[in-house]
Design a protein around this ligand. Sequence first.
Ligand code: A3P
Length: 304
Amino acid sequence: RSYPTNLIDKDWSKRKITHKNVNIQEFLDVVHDMEFREDDVWIVTLPKCGTTWMQELLWLLLNDCDFEGALSRDQELRSPFLEFKFYITQDVEESLKPVQELQSPRLIKSHLALPLLPSKLWLGTNKVIYVFRNPLDAWVSLYYHGVTTGPNYGKTLEQYMDEQVSSQEYVTEVIDHAYEFYQLRKEPWVFYTSFERMKKDLRGVINDVSTFLNKSVNEEQMERLLKHLSFEEMKKNPTTNHLWERAQHSHTTHKDAGKEKHNFVRRGKVNGYKDELKPEQIEKVNVWIEQSLKENSVTMEELL
Ligand code: A3P
């Protein structure tokens, strides 16, 4: 894998990468060599960290605040999720087609860790936006997502949290995943932010991201953006509620998946985990988080 070893200190070449027990090595090799267009923009996150929220902002900035266009097509069609088709079909050839067939400017979403992203990113000519979120809120959110789409159907939140801290799945590499981008946050091609910051100061994030993308936003557009991106509007917007994903999952997962429905744009809270988890459970996860922070020599305050 071609990445600067001074920036990526884990030896990824020795790792066997699996997702949902599927070996994705062949797919990753294709991703590694993927061709870019000069105006491609990437959004990289772990699931449930505010991807869709940031993606909607980015798509609008890249498309001259075309609100009508945004409301008329599902977000997944406007900005595809790089790995999704592979996870569903395991067909390496087919998997990149949604991205390859997309009109420019392309906004590409991925949950892959930095060393697994295309090697051309390291040229620094394409921009990458990274969004972090407190893992406790992200995992609670992921639990409800999995209840609706299938894998967590019939599981309690408590069972799920226990599984997360002992799991080897990539979604639990939260701190490692974020820290690699955090280290690059001053690179001109990287914009690092968090769900928490978006909640605290969405206007500030919009201003900063638009500067990063060399886009200008006038006051009228800013007001429309703030409204379009508000929790209330995104909750009722059919194009930002991952209806595409439910349809795709329905034949691949639990037969009762979808019976218990949680809206994709669900609560949108910071520290919402505090009213969903028992103190002992929070403590267990916090011990795990602290360990991972220590291994990376970073604090939660810095990452947020
Ligand atoms: P919750 O389940 O905690 O509510 P992702 O897009 O990365 O999967 O992230 C989904 C999370 O972002 C969900 O968190 C969802 O509610 C939240 N979210 C999406 N749009 C939002 C918005 N406009 N304001 C606040 N939170 C939002």
